[in-house]
Design a binder for this molecule. Structure first.
Ligand SMILES: Cc1ncc(COP(=O)(O)O)c(C=O)c1O
Length: 365
């Protein structure tokens, strides 16, 4: 069986260094907000070509803390992509803001910049772009719109460590960017972890306080903050793995390039191939009108696939009030999407086998 993703294999090359780093933290007696996190924040900011990085507990909190730090008024409207993982939108809803869903461009499956302006009202305060599947959103028109209307741009780059847009790294483009280091991500911890990057010093400072109960000085609280700190062991592990993010992303790019040029199946819709060397290829999401048949075919031949994602946010029980929204592009993507295995530990032979097996699907129909 070729698993969709085997985390033991992903971490195997780094295991010795991870064990040493973890032991160093365990023996140090300092577990929260220490030197490991400080070092990771500095290196990840440098990696993203941005002035500030603040380590937090997970990607969801990174988005939440950015929204909290901006302090938008109640009932603010926040533009969000309709096609994304629910974590991009949950913080908007539970902070009491209104998510305004915008359809994706069917070719990229990412927020369509041409559909944003018609949704902007006097209550709009921010646009959340999501670099879904590892591809940076079309940021130039989004930033231009935001400047015209005085809006903040927040990017959810949970799936896009190392992605590049017009020579700029994810994390350095929006006003603030949220990252997740959930274990399956391109840069994954061995537990939960996340970060915010920004060029805005005041925002970074506020998020540093907000993640620690809103406290600047111990037992003195300037804000009603939360407890959302990246712990020292996760930071130490990320310090081990960060130098290997670029080579791993390059391996993903080689595999994506092979899938794009060698898979040839009728009715199979591919992800865009115009930025193979810039996208981070967290996922390789294809679409097929008979998804379940293709999944069954691959499964029968020992290839595990995944669906990102089976049910759009506006059809989820958690967002019942949006269930009558008509978002046909998003709904079609959710009906047809299949993620093929794509990760840095797939061998050339496995990639060849996946390509041959997908191509064989046509003969089965
Ligand atoms: C697009 C997206 N946004 C946000 C998150 C939330 O990250 P986390 O699981 O670290 O909270 C994830 C990952 O789970 C994600 O894929």
């Amino acid at each position: 069986m070729i698993p969709f993703l085997d985390l033991n294999e992903v971490n195997a090359p780094y295991l010795h260094a991870i064990e040493e780093a973890s032991l160093r933290v365990i023996r140090s007696g300092w577990y929260i907000l220490g030197n490991e996190l400080k070092a990771f924040e500095e290196s990840f900011a440098t990696y993203c070509h941005v002035a500030h990085c603040v380590g937090v507990a997970n990607g969801l909190d990174a988005i939440t803390l950015i929204l909290m730090a901006y302090g938008f008024p109640e009932e603010s409207e926040i533009i969000v992509p309709a096609n994304t993982y629910i974590a991009s939108v949950l913080p908007v809803a539970y902070l009491g803001f209104k998510p305004i869903f915008v359809e994706p461009d069917p070719a990229t499956m990412l927020l369509d910049p041409d559909k944003i302006a018609e949704k902007i009202t006097s209550k709009t305060r921010a646009i959340i772009t999501v670099d879904l599947y590892g591809r940076s959103c079309e940021m130039e028109p989004v930033m231009a719109l935001a400047r015209t209307y005085g809006l903040k741009v927040i990017t959810d780059a949970a799936q896009a460590h190392g992605a590049i847009y017009k020579n700029k790294k994810a994390g350095s483009i929006a006003d603030a960017t949220a990252f997740s280091f959930y274990p399956t991500k391109n840069l994954g911890a061995l537990g939960d972890a996340g970060a915010v990057t920004t060029a805005d010093e005041a925002l970074a400072e506020k998020i540093r306080f907000l993640r620690n109960y809103g406290s600047k000085v111990r037992y003195k609280n300037d804000y009603q903050g939360v407890n959302s700190r990246m712990d020292e062991i996760q930071a130490a592990i990320l310090n081990v793995k960060l130098p290997f993010l670029d080579p791993e992303n390059d391996r993903r790019r080689r595999i994506a390039a092979r899938y794009l040029s060698e898979i040839n199946v009728k009715d199979l819709v591919f992800p865009p191939a115009d930025r193979i060397e810039d996208d981070a290829w967290h996922l390789f999401v294809v679409r097929h009108p008979d998804r379940s048949k293709l999944i069954a075919h691959l499964d029968a031949h020992g290839i595990q696939t995944n669906v990102h994602y089976p049910l759009p946010i506006h059809k989820q029980q958690a967002f019942l009030e949006y269930r009558d929204l008509k978002l046909p592009v998003t709904e079609k993507i959710h009906d047809e999407a299949i993620s093929l295995p794509l990760n840095a530990v797939l061998t050339d032979e496995e990639v060849t086998y996946i390509i041959q097996t997908v191509n064989h699907f046509d003969c089965q129909q």
